[in-house]
Design a protein around this ligand. Structure first.
Ligand SMILES: [Zn+2]
Length: 139
């Protein structure tokens, strides 16, 4: 995998695996800031026939959810919903739910407000290790 591919964001929302996570499991996996978004996603997707959210991950500091649906057109619509949720998550602090921004200078990108970002850095003995090479302290 080249450096460029590693940082690239995939727009696939389709679910390929067998394990399906519940809404509560997904909420537990993340901090509380995105709980409302996860709640809205499950509600919206529940309106679609035979569609279901299966899993989620943090991708480039955004909430990326996976779903499956029986019907192809329904799946396209669900992907649209999940894409919008993902865009919204890029402006919401994943820890507290306040307005936040993606901290792309970090090796593991998180979406955080200023307060939570400081706490995140202070939680580490050597915060400089959290930054990408050459991006240290550029926030
Ligand atoms: Zn916050």
């Amino acid at each position: 995998m080249t450096k460029e591919q590693k940082g690239r964001h995939s727009n696939r929302y389709r679910y390929w695996y067998d394990k399906v996570y519940t809404k509560e499991e997904i909420k537990d996996y993340f901090h509380e800031g995105w709980n409302d978004l996860i709640e809205s996603s499950f509600e919206l997707v529940s309106y679609f026939p035979d569609a279901q959210i299966c899993s989620a991950k943090r991708c480039m500091g955004m909430l990326h959810m996976f779903a499956k649906a029986e019907d192809e057109m329904v799946m396209h619509a669900v992907e649209g919903v999940l894409w919008k949720i993902e865009r919204l998550s890029s402006k919401i602090c994943e820890k507290c739910g306040q307005s936040g921004q993606r901290r792309t200078e970090l090796k593991v990108v998180h979406c955080l407000c200023n307060n939570c970002y400081l706490i995140h850095l202070n939680d580490n003995d050597d915060p400089m290790k959290l930054f990408k090479k050459g991006r240290e302290g550029r926030f």
